[in-house]
Design a protein around this ligand. Structure first.
Ligand code: URA
Ligand code: URA
Length: 269
Protein backbone atom coordinates (compact mmCIF):
# COMPACT_ATOMS: atom_id res chain seq x y z
CA UNK A 1 0.00 0.00 0.00
CA UNK A 2 1.31 3.46 -0.78
CA UNK A 3 1.78 5.91 2.08
CA UNK A 4 -1.10 8.15 0.93
CA UNK A 5 -3.49 5.20 0.66
CA UNK A 6 -2.41 4.17 4.14
CA UNK A 7 -3.11 7.67 5.42
CA UNK A 8 -6.62 7.51 3.96
CA UNK A 9 -7.34 4.16 5.60
CA UNK A 10 -6.06 5.38 8.96
CA UNK A 11 -8.00 8.65 8.73
CA UNK A 12 -11.21 6.76 7.84
CA UNK A 13 -10.78 4.35 10.76
CA UNK A 14 -10.03 7.22 13.13
CA UNK A 15 -13.21 9.00 11.99
CA UNK A 16 -15.29 5.89 12.65
CA UNK A 17 -13.72 5.54 16.08
CA UNK A 18 -14.30 9.17 17.02
CA UNK A 19 -17.81 9.64 15.57
CA UNK A 20 -19.77 6.40 15.76
CA UNK A 21 -21.32 4.85 18.81
CA UNK A 22 -19.69 1.50 18.10
CA UNK A 23 -15.95 1.07 17.97
CA UNK A 24 -14.14 -0.05 14.85
CA UNK A 25 -12.42 -3.37 15.29
CA UNK A 26 -8.92 -1.97 14.88
CA UNK A 27 -7.47 -0.68 18.14
CA UNK A 28 -5.48 2.53 18.11
CA UNK A 29 -2.38 0.47 18.66
CA UNK A 30 -3.26 -1.56 15.59
CA UNK A 31 -3.64 1.70 13.65
CA UNK A 32 -0.28 2.88 14.88
CA UNK A 33 1.20 -0.47 13.85
CA UNK A 34 -0.35 -0.06 10.42
CA UNK A 35 1.13 3.40 10.16
CA UNK A 36 4.50 2.11 11.36
CA UNK A 37 4.37 -0.77 8.90
CA UNK A 38 6.59 1.01 6.40
CA UNK A 39 9.22 1.70 9.02
CA UNK A 40 9.15 -1.49 10.98
CA UNK A 41 7.39 -4.18 8.93
CA UNK A 42 10.18 -6.62 9.47
CA UNK A 43 10.56 -6.04 13.18
CA UNK A 44 6.78 -6.24 13.85
CA UNK A 45 6.45 -9.47 11.92
CA UNK A 46 9.48 -11.05 13.51
CA UNK A 47 8.41 -9.83 16.95
CA UNK A 48 5.09 -11.60 16.56
CA UNK A 49 6.76 -14.75 15.33
CA UNK A 50 9.59 -14.85 17.83
CA UNK A 51 8.13 -13.48 21.04
CA UNK A 52 7.12 -16.96 22.19
CA UNK A 53 10.76 -18.03 22.14
CA UNK A 54 12.13 -15.00 24.00
CA UNK A 55 12.88 -14.64 27.69
CA UNK A 56 10.65 -12.17 29.56
CA UNK A 57 13.50 -9.65 29.65
CA UNK A 58 14.15 -9.90 25.92
CA UNK A 59 10.44 -9.56 25.24
CA UNK A 60 10.38 -6.51 27.47
CA UNK A 61 13.30 -4.97 25.54
CA UNK A 62 11.58 -5.67 22.25
CA UNK A 63 8.37 -4.08 23.48
CA UNK A 64 10.36 -1.00 24.50
CA UNK A 65 11.95 -0.83 21.06
CA UNK A 66 8.56 -1.13 19.42
CA UNK A 67 7.12 1.66 21.53
CA UNK A 68 9.80 4.03 20.27
CA UNK A 69 9.11 2.95 16.68
CA UNK A 70 5.36 3.30 17.11
CA UNK A 71 5.75 6.74 18.66
CA UNK A 72 8.09 7.79 15.84
CA UNK A 73 5.40 6.90 13.32
CA UNK A 74 2.77 8.98 15.14
CA UNK A 75 5.27 11.83 15.50
CA UNK A 76 5.76 11.80 11.75
CA UNK A 77 2.01 12.12 11.11
CA UNK A 78 1.72 14.91 13.68
CA UNK A 79 4.57 16.79 12.02
CA UNK A 80 2.65 16.83 8.74
CA UNK A 81 -0.78 17.48 10.30
CA UNK A 82 -2.95 20.25 8.82
CA UNK A 83 -6.27 19.35 10.52
CA UNK A 84 -6.34 22.82 12.09
CA UNK A 85 -5.39 24.87 9.04
CA UNK A 86 -4.92 28.06 11.09
CA UNK A 87 -2.47 26.35 13.47
CA UNK A 88 -0.60 24.60 10.68
CA UNK A 89 0.01 28.09 9.25
CA UNK A 90 0.98 29.84 12.47
CA UNK A 91 3.18 27.22 14.15
CA UNK A 92 6.97 27.19 13.93
CA UNK A 93 6.79 23.42 14.36
CA UNK A 94 4.68 20.80 16.07
CA UNK A 95 5.51 19.80 19.64
CA UNK A 96 4.96 16.06 19.92
CA UNK A 97 6.24 14.89 23.27
CA UNK A 98 9.44 14.10 25.12
CA UNK A 99 10.78 11.41 27.38
CA UNK A 100 10.92 7.68 27.84
CA UNK A 101 8.62 5.68 25.51
CA UNK A 102 8.55 3.03 28.23
CA UNK A 103 7.74 5.45 31.05
CA UNK A 104 5.63 4.41 34.05
CA UNK A 105 4.58 7.99 34.54
CA UNK A 106 3.16 10.35 31.92
CA UNK A 107 2.30 14.04 32.29
CA UNK A 108 -0.31 15.77 30.16
CA UNK A 109 -0.30 19.53 29.71
CA UNK A 110 -2.39 21.93 27.72
CA UNK A 111 -0.59 23.24 24.66
CA UNK A 112 2.82 24.53 23.60
CA UNK A 113 3.63 28.14 24.44
CA UNK A 114 6.05 30.40 22.58
CA UNK A 115 9.18 28.69 23.98
CA UNK A 116 7.90 25.21 23.16
CA UNK A 117 6.89 26.32 19.65
CA UNK A 118 10.45 27.60 19.13
CA UNK A 119 12.23 24.55 20.58
CA UNK A 120 9.85 21.78 19.53
CA UNK A 121 9.76 20.31 23.03
CA UNK A 122 6.98 20.47 25.63
CA UNK A 123 7.41 22.26 28.95
CA UNK A 124 10.71 24.06 28.36
CA UNK A 125 9.56 27.61 29.26
CA UNK A 126 9.07 28.99 32.78
CA UNK A 127 6.23 26.62 33.64
CA UNK A 128 8.26 23.77 32.17
CA UNK A 129 11.27 24.60 34.31
CA UNK A 130 9.03 24.42 37.37
CA UNK A 131 7.71 21.04 36.20
CA UNK A 132 11.32 19.84 35.81
CA UNK A 133 12.02 20.93 39.41
CA UNK A 134 8.93 19.07 40.62
CA UNK A 135 10.15 15.96 38.78
CA UNK A 136 13.59 16.28 40.40
CA UNK A 137 11.99 16.49 43.83
CA UNK A 138 10.23 13.23 42.94
CA UNK A 139 13.65 11.74 42.01
CA UNK A 140 12.82 11.70 38.31
CA UNK A 141 14.66 13.23 35.39
CA UNK A 142 12.70 14.45 32.38
CA UNK A 143 14.12 11.45 30.49
CA UNK A 144 12.52 9.02 32.95
CA UNK A 145 8.92 10.13 32.38
CA UNK A 146 6.95 11.07 29.28
CA UNK A 147 5.56 14.57 28.79
CA UNK A 148 2.98 15.58 26.17
CA UNK A 149 0.22 18.10 25.62
CA UNK A 150 -3.39 17.91 24.46
CA UNK A 151 -2.50 20.22 21.54
CA UNK A 152 0.60 19.63 19.46
CA UNK A 153 0.52 23.15 17.99
CA UNK A 154 0.82 26.45 19.78
CA UNK A 155 -2.59 28.19 19.80
CA UNK A 156 -2.15 31.15 17.46
CA UNK A 157 -2.27 34.67 18.87
CA UNK A 158 -2.55 37.95 16.92
CA UNK A 159 0.79 39.14 15.55
CA UNK A 160 2.63 41.35 18.00
CA UNK A 161 0.57 40.26 21.01
CA UNK A 162 2.10 38.69 24.10
CA UNK A 163 1.14 35.62 26.02
CA UNK A 164 -0.80 32.50 25.16
CA UNK A 165 -4.43 31.71 24.63
CA UNK A 166 -6.09 28.51 25.81
CA UNK A 167 -6.94 25.93 23.16
CA UNK A 168 -10.56 25.93 21.95
CA UNK A 169 -12.75 22.84 22.50
CA UNK A 170 -12.71 22.26 18.72
CA UNK A 171 -8.90 22.37 18.58
CA UNK A 172 -8.67 19.96 21.50
CA UNK A 173 -11.15 17.55 19.96
CA UNK A 174 -9.27 17.63 16.68
CA UNK A 175 -5.86 16.98 18.22
CA UNK A 176 -6.91 14.58 21.00
CA UNK A 177 -6.60 11.37 18.92
CA UNK A 178 -2.82 11.89 18.74
CA UNK A 179 -2.55 12.02 22.53
CA UNK A 180 -4.80 8.99 22.82
CA UNK A 181 -2.40 7.11 20.55
CA UNK A 182 0.59 8.23 22.61
CA UNK A 183 -1.06 6.95 25.79
CA UNK A 184 -2.02 3.64 24.16
CA UNK A 185 1.51 3.05 22.96
CA UNK A 186 3.26 4.08 26.18
CA UNK A 187 0.70 2.46 28.50
CA UNK A 188 1.92 4.31 31.57
CA UNK A 189 1.09 3.01 35.04
CA UNK A 190 -0.01 6.47 36.14
CA UNK A 191 -1.17 9.58 34.28
CA UNK A 192 -1.00 13.13 35.62
CA UNK A 193 -3.14 15.87 34.07
CA UNK A 194 -1.90 19.41 34.68
CA UNK A 195 -4.73 21.90 35.08
CA UNK A 196 -8.38 22.15 34.14
CA UNK A 197 -7.83 22.56 30.39
CA UNK A 198 -5.79 19.35 30.16
CA UNK A 199 -8.59 17.57 32.03
CA UNK A 200 -11.21 18.96 29.67
CA UNK A 201 -9.13 17.87 26.68
CA UNK A 202 -8.54 14.38 28.01
CA UNK A 203 -11.83 13.51 29.74
CA UNK A 204 -14.20 16.01 28.16
CA UNK A 205 -15.28 17.06 31.67
CA UNK A 206 -15.42 20.68 32.64
CA UNK A 207 -15.04 21.23 36.34
CA UNK A 208 -13.14 23.43 38.74
CA UNK A 209 -9.73 22.40 39.96
CA UNK A 210 -11.14 22.52 43.49
CA UNK A 211 -13.43 19.64 42.49
CA UNK A 212 -10.88 17.74 40.43
CA UNK A 213 -7.46 17.83 41.99
CA UNK A 214 -5.89 15.73 44.69
CA UNK A 215 -7.77 12.52 44.00
CA UNK A 216 -7.65 9.59 41.66
CA UNK A 217 -9.62 9.51 38.46
CA UNK A 218 -9.54 6.90 35.70
CA UNK A 219 -8.70 7.28 32.04
CA UNK A 220 -9.11 4.06 30.03
CA UNK A 221 -8.37 1.94 33.12
CA UNK A 222 -5.23 4.00 33.88
CA UNK A 223 -5.15 5.82 37.24
CA UNK A 224 -5.15 9.56 36.60
CA UNK A 225 -4.05 12.16 39.14
CA UNK A 226 -5.21 15.71 38.50
CA UNK A 227 -3.16 18.56 39.88
CA UNK A 228 -2.61 22.27 39.28
CA UNK A 229 -0.78 23.43 36.19
CA UNK A 230 2.72 24.71 37.06
CA UNK A 231 1.80 28.03 35.37
CA UNK A 232 -0.86 28.41 38.08
CA UNK A 233 1.85 28.03 40.74
CA UNK A 234 3.87 30.75 39.01
CA UNK A 235 0.86 33.11 39.09
CA UNK A 236 -0.16 32.17 42.62
CA UNK A 237 2.92 31.93 44.82
CA UNK A 238 1.06 30.93 48.00
CA UNK A 239 2.93 28.08 49.75
CA UNK A 240 -0.41 26.36 50.37
CA UNK A 241 -0.91 25.87 46.61
CA UNK A 242 2.59 24.47 46.08
CA UNK A 243 2.07 22.13 48.99
CA UNK A 244 -1.13 20.81 47.37
CA UNK A 245 0.73 19.94 44.17
CA UNK A 246 3.43 18.24 46.19
CA UNK A 247 0.85 16.20 48.10
CA UNK A 248 -0.65 15.12 44.78
CA UNK A 249 2.84 14.05 43.63
CA UNK A 250 3.37 12.08 46.84
CA UNK A 251 0.17 10.18 46.01
CA UNK A 252 1.62 9.50 42.55
CA UNK A 253 4.90 8.18 44.04
CA UNK A 254 2.92 5.93 46.36
CA UNK A 255 0.86 4.58 43.49
CA UNK A 256 4.09 3.83 41.59
CA UNK A 257 5.50 2.01 44.65
CA UNK A 258 8.44 4.40 44.79
CA UNK A 259 10.23 4.82 48.12
CA UNK A 260 9.47 8.18 49.74
CA UNK A 261 12.08 9.63 52.08
CA UNK A 262 11.26 11.56 55.24
CA UNK A 263 12.80 14.59 53.56
CA UNK A 264 10.43 14.18 50.61
CA UNK A 265 7.43 13.82 52.93
CA UNK A 266 8.22 17.14 54.57
CA UNK A 267 9.28 18.84 51.38
CA UNK A 268 7.72 22.10 50.33
CA UNK A 269 7.96 22.89 46.64
N1 URA B 1 2.22 24.76 29.22
C1 URA B 1 1.69 23.60 28.77
O1 URA B 1 0.58 23.23 29.10
N2 URA B 1 2.43 22.85 27.95
C2 URA B 1 3.66 23.20 27.57
O2 URA B 1 4.28 22.44 26.82
C3 URA B 1 4.18 24.40 28.04
C4 URA B 1 3.45 25.17 28.87
N1 URA C 1 -7.27 26.75 37.76
C1 URA C 1 -6.99 26.12 36.58
O1 URA C 1 -7.74 26.17 35.63
N2 URA C 1 -5.84 25.43 36.48
C2 URA C 1 -4.97 25.33 37.49
O2 URA C 1 -3.95 24.68 37.34
C3 URA C 1 -5.28 25.98 38.70
C4 URA C 1 -6.44 26.67 38.81
Amino acid sequence: MTQSALDLVIAALERIREKSDHEPRASRTALARLQAADLVTVSVVTTAALSDCLSPTARHLQAAGNKADLLAAVRERVGACTRCAHLACSRTQTVFGVGNPNADLMFIGEAPGADEDQQGEPFVGRAGQLLTRILKAMNFAREDVYIANILKCRPDVPAGSFGNRPPTPAEMQTCRPYLVEQIEIIQPTVLVALGAVAVEGLLGTRATMRELRGRWHIYNSIPLMITYHPAYLLRNQAPSEKRKVWEDMLQVLERLDRPISERQRNYFL
